[in-house]
Design a binder for this molecule. Structure first.
Ligand SMILES: C=C(O[C@@H]1C=C(C(=O)O)C=C[C@H]1O)C(=O)O
Length: 310
Protein backbone atom coordinates (compact mmCIF):
# COMPACT_ATOMS: atom_id res chain seq x y z
CA UNK A 1 0.00 0.00 0.00
CA UNK A 2 1.30 3.49 -0.84
CA UNK A 3 1.27 5.02 2.62
CA UNK A 4 2.45 8.39 1.39
CA UNK A 5 -0.45 8.83 -1.06
CA UNK A 6 -2.85 7.61 1.64
CA UNK A 7 -1.55 10.20 4.08
CA UNK A 8 -1.91 12.98 1.53
CA UNK A 9 -5.54 12.01 0.66
CA UNK A 10 -6.66 11.72 4.27
CA UNK A 11 -8.54 14.68 5.77
CA UNK A 12 -6.29 16.84 7.90
CA UNK A 13 -7.05 16.02 11.52
CA UNK A 14 -4.98 16.43 14.64
CA UNK A 15 -4.45 12.91 16.03
CA UNK A 16 -2.72 12.53 19.32
CA UNK A 17 -0.18 9.67 19.45
CA UNK A 18 -2.18 8.01 22.28
CA UNK A 19 -5.50 7.87 20.38
CA UNK A 20 -3.74 6.76 17.18
CA UNK A 21 -2.32 3.82 19.10
CA UNK A 22 -5.75 2.95 20.62
CA UNK A 23 -7.78 3.19 17.40
CA UNK A 24 -8.52 -0.35 16.21
CA UNK A 25 -8.04 -1.10 12.53
CA UNK A 26 -10.71 -2.53 10.26
CA UNK A 27 -9.13 -5.96 10.38
CA UNK A 28 -9.46 -6.26 14.14
CA UNK A 29 -13.04 -4.89 14.11
CA UNK A 30 -13.92 -7.53 11.50
CA UNK A 31 -12.30 -10.18 13.67
CA UNK A 32 -14.61 -9.03 16.51
CA UNK A 33 -17.62 -9.38 14.18
CA UNK A 34 -16.51 -12.91 13.19
CA UNK A 35 -16.14 -13.81 16.87
CA UNK A 36 -19.65 -12.52 17.64
CA UNK A 37 -21.17 -14.32 14.60
CA UNK A 38 -19.56 -17.59 15.67
CA UNK A 39 -20.92 -17.08 19.21
CA UNK A 40 -24.42 -16.29 17.95
CA UNK A 41 -24.34 -19.39 15.75
CA UNK A 42 -23.08 -21.52 18.64
CA UNK A 43 -25.91 -20.13 20.79
CA UNK A 44 -28.49 -21.09 18.15
CA UNK A 45 -27.03 -24.61 18.09
CA UNK A 46 -27.21 -24.66 21.90
CA UNK A 47 -30.84 -23.43 21.64
CA UNK A 48 -31.67 -26.39 19.39
CA UNK A 49 -30.22 -28.78 21.96
CA UNK A 50 -32.49 -27.25 24.62
CA UNK A 51 -35.46 -27.63 22.25
CA UNK A 52 -34.56 -31.34 21.87
CA UNK A 53 -34.70 -31.69 25.66
CA UNK A 54 -37.95 -29.70 25.82
CA UNK A 55 -39.55 -32.04 23.26
CA UNK A 56 -38.51 -35.03 25.39
CA UNK A 57 -40.07 -33.46 28.51
CA UNK A 58 -43.30 -32.56 26.65
CA UNK A 59 -43.47 -36.16 25.37
CA UNK A 60 -42.91 -37.58 28.85
CA UNK A 61 -45.62 -35.30 30.28
CA UNK A 62 -48.00 -36.11 27.43
CA UNK A 63 -48.39 -32.35 26.87
CA UNK A 64 -47.74 -32.52 23.12
CA UNK A 65 -50.83 -31.54 21.20
CA UNK A 66 -51.15 -31.21 17.43
CA UNK A 67 -49.19 -27.98 17.21
CA UNK A 68 -46.14 -27.00 19.27
CA UNK A 69 -47.19 -23.32 18.96
CA UNK A 70 -47.72 -21.83 22.44
CA UNK A 71 -49.32 -18.42 21.97
CA UNK A 72 -49.03 -17.19 25.58
CA UNK A 73 -45.31 -17.95 25.71
CA UNK A 74 -44.67 -16.37 22.31
CA UNK A 75 -46.62 -13.19 23.12
CA UNK A 76 -44.64 -12.71 26.34
CA UNK A 77 -41.29 -13.45 24.63
CA UNK A 78 -42.02 -10.90 21.88
CA UNK A 79 -43.04 -8.22 24.41
CA UNK A 80 -39.86 -8.72 26.44
CA UNK A 81 -37.70 -8.66 23.30
CA UNK A 82 -39.14 -5.35 22.16
CA UNK A 83 -38.92 -3.82 25.61
CA UNK A 84 -35.23 -4.62 26.08
CA UNK A 85 -34.08 -3.68 22.56
CA UNK A 86 -31.44 -0.95 22.28
CA UNK A 87 -29.07 0.37 19.65
CA UNK A 88 -29.01 1.08 15.93
CA UNK A 89 -30.37 -2.25 14.68
CA UNK A 90 -34.00 -1.46 13.73
CA UNK A 91 -36.68 -3.03 15.91
CA UNK A 92 -38.33 -4.46 12.76
CA UNK A 93 -35.18 -6.50 12.12
CA UNK A 94 -34.87 -7.76 15.69
CA UNK A 95 -38.55 -8.73 15.75
CA UNK A 96 -38.26 -10.47 12.35
CA UNK A 97 -35.16 -12.44 13.40
CA UNK A 98 -36.89 -13.72 16.55
CA UNK A 99 -40.12 -14.53 14.73
CA UNK A 100 -38.11 -16.76 12.39
CA UNK A 101 -36.16 -18.33 15.27
CA UNK A 102 -39.25 -19.09 17.36
CA UNK A 103 -41.55 -20.24 14.53
CA UNK A 104 -38.85 -22.45 13.00
CA UNK A 105 -38.02 -24.06 16.35
CA UNK A 106 -41.78 -24.66 16.74
CA UNK A 107 -41.70 -26.31 13.28
CA UNK A 108 -38.79 -28.59 14.12
CA UNK A 109 -40.66 -29.74 17.24
CA UNK A 110 -43.75 -30.68 15.20
CA UNK A 111 -43.98 -29.88 11.47
CA UNK A 112 -46.91 -27.65 10.45
CA UNK A 113 -47.97 -25.56 7.48
CA UNK A 114 -49.42 -22.05 7.45
CA UNK A 115 -52.65 -21.69 5.44
CA UNK A 116 -53.45 -18.09 4.57
CA UNK A 117 -56.47 -16.36 3.09
CA UNK A 118 -55.16 -14.38 0.11
CA UNK A 119 -58.55 -13.05 -1.04
CA UNK A 120 -58.14 -9.56 0.42
CA UNK A 121 -54.62 -9.06 -0.97
CA UNK A 122 -51.92 -11.63 -1.63
CA UNK A 123 -48.84 -9.44 -1.14
CA UNK A 124 -49.67 -8.21 2.36
CA UNK A 125 -50.79 -11.66 3.54
CA UNK A 126 -47.66 -13.34 2.16
CA UNK A 127 -45.48 -10.69 3.83
CA UNK A 128 -47.28 -11.24 7.14
CA UNK A 129 -46.92 -15.02 6.89
CA UNK A 130 -43.23 -14.92 5.98
CA UNK A 131 -42.46 -12.29 8.64
CA UNK A 132 -44.16 -14.24 11.43
CA UNK A 133 -43.31 -17.81 10.33
CA UNK A 134 -40.24 -17.50 8.06
CA UNK A 135 -39.53 -19.45 4.87
CA UNK A 136 -38.88 -22.93 6.26
CA UNK A 137 -42.47 -23.38 7.42
CA UNK A 138 -44.56 -24.28 4.32
CA UNK A 139 -46.97 -21.58 3.12
CA UNK A 140 -50.25 -22.56 1.45
CA UNK A 141 -52.48 -19.86 -0.05
CA UNK A 142 -56.28 -20.13 -0.23
CA UNK A 143 -58.81 -17.92 -1.99
CA UNK A 144 -61.14 -17.34 0.94
CA UNK A 145 -61.21 -17.77 4.69
CA UNK A 146 -63.48 -20.81 4.65
CA UNK A 147 -60.82 -22.81 2.76
CA UNK A 148 -58.30 -21.85 5.45
CA UNK A 149 -60.60 -22.95 8.27
CA UNK A 150 -61.36 -26.25 6.48
CA UNK A 151 -57.65 -26.97 5.86
CA UNK A 152 -56.77 -26.30 9.51
CA UNK A 153 -59.71 -28.45 10.65
CA UNK A 154 -58.46 -31.38 8.51
CA UNK A 155 -54.86 -31.05 9.72
CA UNK A 156 -53.22 -32.24 12.91
CA UNK A 157 -51.36 -29.07 13.80
CA UNK A 158 -51.47 -26.54 10.95
CA UNK A 159 -52.08 -22.83 11.50
CA UNK A 160 -54.42 -20.56 9.54
CA UNK A 161 -54.14 -16.81 8.93
CA UNK A 162 -57.32 -14.84 8.29
CA UNK A 163 -57.69 -11.03 8.11
CA UNK A 164 -58.61 -9.51 11.48
CA UNK A 165 -60.71 -6.84 9.77
CA UNK A 166 -63.97 -6.76 7.82
CA UNK A 167 -63.32 -8.24 4.41
CA UNK A 168 -66.30 -8.63 2.07
CA UNK A 169 -64.70 -11.68 0.44
CA UNK A 170 -64.08 -13.46 3.75
CA UNK A 171 -67.74 -13.56 4.91
CA UNK A 172 -68.57 -14.73 8.43
CA UNK A 173 -65.71 -17.29 8.46
CA UNK A 174 -65.64 -17.41 12.29
CA UNK A 175 -69.05 -19.14 12.44
CA UNK A 176 -67.17 -22.27 11.29
CA UNK A 177 -65.23 -22.10 14.58
CA UNK A 178 -68.38 -22.54 16.71
CA UNK A 179 -68.98 -25.75 18.58
CA UNK A 180 -66.71 -28.48 19.83
CA UNK A 181 -63.98 -30.11 17.71
CA UNK A 182 -63.49 -27.06 15.50
CA UNK A 183 -60.40 -24.84 15.17
CA UNK A 184 -60.34 -21.69 17.29
CA UNK A 185 -58.66 -18.28 17.21
CA UNK A 186 -55.47 -18.71 19.25
CA UNK A 187 -53.52 -15.52 18.45
CA UNK A 188 -53.70 -12.13 16.85
CA UNK A 189 -50.64 -10.99 14.90
CA UNK A 190 -48.46 -8.96 14.92
CA UNK A 191 -47.76 -9.64 18.60
CA UNK A 192 -46.24 -6.15 18.77
CA UNK A 193 -48.22 -3.52 16.89
CA UNK A 194 -47.03 -0.17 15.60
CA UNK A 195 -48.14 2.20 12.87
CA UNK A 196 -45.14 1.53 10.62
CA UNK A 197 -44.83 -2.22 11.10
CA UNK A 198 -43.26 -3.66 7.90
CA UNK A 199 -45.64 -6.65 7.89
CA UNK A 200 -48.42 -5.13 9.96
CA UNK A 201 -51.49 -6.72 8.34
CA UNK A 202 -53.70 -7.56 11.34
CA UNK A 203 -54.47 -11.28 11.20
CA UNK A 204 -56.10 -13.86 13.42
CA UNK A 205 -54.19 -17.09 13.76
CA UNK A 206 -56.44 -20.14 13.99
CA UNK A 207 -55.58 -23.69 15.01
CA UNK A 208 -57.00 -26.67 16.85
CA UNK A 209 -57.35 -25.35 20.41
CA UNK A 210 -54.11 -25.54 22.36
CA UNK A 211 -54.52 -27.60 25.51
CA UNK A 212 -51.71 -25.86 27.36
CA UNK A 213 -50.30 -22.41 26.82
CA UNK A 214 -53.51 -20.83 25.58
CA UNK A 215 -53.87 -17.15 26.34
CA UNK A 216 -57.24 -15.74 27.36
CA UNK A 217 -56.62 -12.03 27.79
CA UNK A 218 -59.06 -11.22 24.97
CA UNK A 219 -62.03 -13.46 24.11
CA UNK A 220 -63.41 -13.71 20.59
CA UNK A 221 -67.21 -14.15 20.49
CA UNK A 222 -69.31 -15.09 17.48
CA UNK A 223 -72.67 -13.32 17.80
CA UNK A 224 -75.73 -13.87 15.61
CA UNK A 225 -77.80 -10.71 15.70
CA UNK A 226 -81.19 -9.92 14.25
CA UNK A 227 -82.42 -6.36 13.84
CA UNK A 228 -78.84 -5.21 13.14
CA UNK A 229 -78.89 -1.47 12.44
CA UNK A 230 -76.68 1.59 12.24
CA UNK A 231 -77.43 2.58 15.84
CA UNK A 232 -76.30 -0.84 17.08
CA UNK A 233 -73.07 -0.53 15.08
CA UNK A 234 -72.44 2.92 16.59
CA UNK A 235 -73.20 1.66 20.11
CA UNK A 236 -70.68 -1.19 19.81
CA UNK A 237 -67.84 0.83 18.27
CA UNK A 238 -66.52 2.27 21.57
CA UNK A 239 -67.09 -0.99 23.46
CA UNK A 240 -65.28 -3.68 21.47
CA UNK A 241 -63.41 -4.49 18.25
CA UNK A 242 -66.18 -5.85 16.05
CA UNK A 243 -66.26 -7.33 12.56
CA UNK A 244 -69.82 -7.44 11.20
CA UNK A 245 -71.13 -9.03 8.01
CA UNK A 246 -74.72 -9.49 6.79
CA UNK A 247 -76.15 -12.86 7.84
CA UNK A 248 -79.18 -14.71 6.43
CA UNK A 249 -82.00 -12.25 5.94
CA UNK A 250 -81.74 -8.52 5.38
CA UNK A 251 -81.82 -7.41 8.98
CA UNK A 252 -79.37 -9.96 10.38
CA UNK A 253 -75.64 -9.80 10.96
CA UNK A 254 -72.89 -12.15 12.07
CA UNK A 255 -70.47 -10.42 14.42
CA UNK A 256 -67.02 -11.31 15.66
CA UNK A 257 -66.51 -9.30 18.85
CA UNK A 258 -63.14 -9.20 20.64
CA UNK A 259 -63.68 -8.51 24.34
CA UNK A 260 -60.82 -8.07 26.86
CA UNK A 261 -61.31 -10.34 29.88
CA UNK A 262 -61.66 -8.62 33.25
CA UNK A 263 -61.98 -5.17 31.69
CA UNK A 264 -64.72 -2.57 31.99
CA UNK A 265 -66.66 -4.12 29.09
CA UNK A 266 -67.92 -7.70 29.32
CA UNK A 267 -69.96 -9.84 26.94
CA UNK A 268 -73.04 -8.80 28.95
CA UNK A 269 -72.23 -5.11 28.35
CA UNK A 270 -72.05 -5.80 24.61
CA UNK A 271 -75.30 -7.78 24.63
CA UNK A 272 -77.08 -5.04 26.61
CA UNK A 273 -75.86 -2.36 24.18
CA UNK A 274 -77.21 -4.40 21.27
CA UNK A 275 -80.60 -4.82 22.98
CA UNK A 276 -80.83 -1.11 23.77
CA UNK A 277 -80.23 -0.35 20.10
CA UNK A 278 -83.19 -2.49 19.06
CA UNK A 279 -81.15 -5.52 17.99
CA UNK A 280 -81.45 -8.95 19.53
CA UNK A 281 -78.82 -11.61 19.94
CA UNK A 282 -79.98 -15.03 18.80
CA UNK A 283 -76.79 -16.90 19.70
CA UNK A 284 -73.35 -16.26 21.20
CA UNK A 285 -70.45 -18.70 20.97
CA UNK A 286 -66.87 -18.39 22.20
CA UNK A 287 -64.65 -18.98 19.15
CA UNK A 288 -61.22 -18.40 20.67
CA UNK A 289 -59.01 -16.04 22.57
CA UNK A 290 -55.70 -14.26 22.20
CA UNK A 291 -53.19 -12.08 24.02
CA UNK A 292 -53.95 -8.41 24.66
CA UNK A 293 -52.92 -6.17 21.81
CA UNK A 294 -49.52 -4.73 22.63
CA UNK A 295 -48.48 -1.48 21.01
CA UNK A 296 -44.93 -0.28 20.73
CA UNK A 297 -44.55 3.50 20.57
CA UNK A 298 -41.52 4.32 18.40
CA UNK A 299 -38.84 6.41 20.07
CA UNK A 300 -38.64 9.94 18.72
CA UNK A 301 -34.90 10.43 18.89
CA UNK A 302 -33.53 7.75 16.54
CA UNK A 303 -34.81 4.89 14.39
CA UNK A 304 -34.75 1.50 16.07
CA UNK A 305 -33.82 2.84 19.48
CA UNK A 306 -35.82 3.43 22.63
CA UNK A 307 -36.02 6.57 24.67
CA UNK A 308 -33.84 6.09 27.73
CA UNK A 309 -35.88 5.42 30.82
CA UNK A 310 -35.42 7.95 33.62
C1 LIG B 1 -40.18 -23.90 22.97
C2 LIG B 1 -41.49 -24.08 22.99
O1 LIG B 1 -42.29 -24.29 21.86
C3 LIG B 1 -42.52 -23.30 20.87
C4 LIG B 1 -41.25 -22.66 20.46
C5 LIG B 1 -40.76 -21.56 21.17
C6 LIG B 1 -39.34 -21.12 21.04
O2 LIG B 1 -38.62 -21.60 20.14
O3 LIG B 1 -38.90 -20.30 21.85
C7 LIG B 1 -41.64 -20.87 22.02
C8 LIG B 1 -42.94 -21.23 22.19
C9 LIG B 1 -43.55 -22.34 21.41
O4 LIG B 1 -44.34 -21.79 20.39
C10 LIG B 1 -42.21 -24.04 24.27
O5 LIG B 1 -43.28 -24.65 24.36
O6 LIG B 1 -41.71 -23.41 25.21
Amino acid sequence: MDMKAHTQDAPQRAVSPASAAAAPDLGSLRAEIDRIDAQMHALLIERSQIIDRLVAVKRAQGSESGSAFRPAREASMMRRLVDRHRGILPLDTVEGIWRVIISTFTYVQAPYAVHADLASGEAAMRDASRFHFGFTVPFIGHMGASGVVAAVARSRGDLGLVPAFASPSAGAWWTALEGPHTPKIIARLPFVERADHPAGLPVFCIAHPVTDGAVTEVEAWSLHVSGWNAQAARALAPLADVIAVPDRGLDGAALLASIPVGGAVSLDTVLAALRESGASVRAAALVGSHASRYTHAPALHAPGTHAPTA
